[in-house]
Design a protein around this ligand. Sequence first.
Ligand code: ATP
Ligand code: MG
Length: 183
Amino acid sequence: FMKESKCFLNVILDELHSQFTRDNSSYDGIEFIVNKTLSNEETLVLTEERKLRQILSNLLNNAFKFTSAGSIEYGYHLIENNFLEFYVKDTGIGIPKEKQEIIFERFRQVEETFSRKYGGTGLGLAISKGFVELMGGQIRMETAEDNGTTFYFTIPYKPVGTSVATVKKTKKKGYKWDDKLIL
Ligand code: ATP
Ligand code: MG
């Protein structure tokens, strides 16, 4: 069942930024950027806040774990059909092509040997995918080995503020999930 409540997306993003800055202070030299594209008022929305926080935390955790230099950026923008698309982009190790399908499955990781370099149990992405789908969205990624990874996920935009953002339908390509979904 749904536990939607009113919350400010910009506040959630800022809080995560502070938290991850604090927790990853050892990652000196990595630029950590939050990109908020709507006014605070426009980000007063109805959503399942705990799930949203969990998804973003899982993706940010991964970004920090698998990135040793460069930058980590996350944010959102409004896309067609009144969806918000969030992204978490890193300049880390990337994910080899043959592993790109399995990492959304429970307990699956790129490294599956006993002497693993990175910790974790392989649940973060499976949980994130489950939550995104429960919230009515989709998750996908763009990645190349040694060239960073960007995870994208959508959720419906349900603004409750007085000034409300809208996206104009453009003819420019439209928005096609199928083209970019990696399955
Ligand atoms: P947990 O999240 O349970 O602590 P985990 O991080 O290993 O463990 P997932 O978050 O589900 O599990 O990620 C699964 C695997 O996908 C990771 O082990 C890693 O191999 C790969 N992966 C996920 N995110 C990234 C990323 N940003 N860059 C490179 N590889 C990634
Ligand atoms: Mg993880």
